[in-house]
Design a protein around this ligand. Structure first.
Ligand code: AMP
Length: 282
């Protein structure tokens, strides 16, 4: 029987009990409205520990004032059903007022890794992410935490936090799950009409173009990004590119020539919805 827990105290008691029984736990933090990408993380977690804890919390602290917090899609009942089917043991769904009571005033900040890309485009976004995940680590005491490559910078920022703060948690970064079309699965895809959904593939097409160019010997990042912009424009003429970056997860600073371990990461606004995606190029 899967257990749904809403109280922080109860979750902490259950976590202590699991540890006392000598069992290990894997944590999968989510904001809900679950799709196959999330469920792949739960299945991966299933292989990594005895007990899988999935959390659903739309974290206000990681949304900017002009972002889509109030519009963020929710479907708690559907989510619980999907988690059960994917093999989850516990769903933790805390209330925002319990996580952030009125006098809340403590935040966690990872410094260098959050200065570029998502951190540069979304001020305070990562501060919100690290703070909520730190709280979830404290509440659930996991041995393993599973994150998606879809949010590559986020996964590395959280790993840095765990190392810096001496949390003995093993990190697993699971591959991005895509639609048949190549579009990376995202809760935000639900905002698209069928035609817009096709145009949303522009990120994937651009990444595949870069991948093919690198395979054929191109290393120059200026050439690569120029071609990627052309592909995006051709697929979705109204798209607004926020950034296209070639970086390594060690710093997320720009590299000027693609070599081993280089990823391409991009953020593009498609019909008002900000999408991100990434791919390892070499
Ligand atoms: P979110 O609900 O968007 O906060 O995502 C929760 C977790 O699911 C994060 O670790 C994401 O990286 C991961 N995730 C989101 N979309 C995908 C996807 N398409 N494939 C794999 N993991 C994903």
């Amino acid at each position: 029987m899967m257990q749904t827990i809403r109280s922080i105290k109860k979750m902490q008691q259950v976590a202590r009990k699991i540890a006392a029984e000598g069992k290990t736990t894997a944590l999968v933090p989510t904001m809900g409205f679950l799709h196959e990408g999330h469920l792949s993380l739960i299945r991966r977690a299933r292989k990594a520990a005895d007990i899988v804890i999935t959390t659903i919390f739309v974290n206000p602290a990681q949304f900017g004032p002009r972002e889509d917090l109030s519009k963020y899609p929710r479907d708690e009942k559907g989510d619980i059903r999907k988690i059960r089917k994917a093999g989850g043991d516990i769903v933790f769904i805390p209330k925002a007022t319990d996580i952030y009571p009125d006098d809340f005033q403590t935040y966690i900040t990872v410094e260098r890794l959050t200065r570029s890309l998502e951190g540069e485009s979304r001020p305070r976004h990562f501060r919100g992410v690290t703070t909520i995940v730190a709280k979830l680590f404290n509440i659930t005491q996991p041995d393993v935490a599973v994150f998606g490559q879809k949010d590559l910078q986020q996964a590395y920022v959280l790993k840095q936090m765990a190392n810096d703060l001496s949390w003995p948690i093993k990190f697993v970064i699971a591959p991005t799950v895509r639609e048949k079309s190549g579009l990376a699965m995202s809760s935000r895809n639900k905002f698209f009409s069928p035609e817009q959904r096709l145009e949303a593939c522009c990120l994937y097409y651009a990444l595949r173009t870069a991948e093919a160019m690198v395979k054929s010997g191109v290393k120059d990042t200026v050439k690569l990004t120029k071609e990627m912009r052309a592909v995006i424009r051709a697929t979705c003429p109204t798209a607004k590119v926020d950034y296209i970056a070639l970086s390594k997860p060690t710093s997320f600073l720009p590299v000027y020539e693609v070599d081993r371990g280089t990823f391409c990461l991009l953020a593009v606004k498609v019909h008002g919805v900000r999408l991100i995606d990434n791919m390892k190029l070499r």
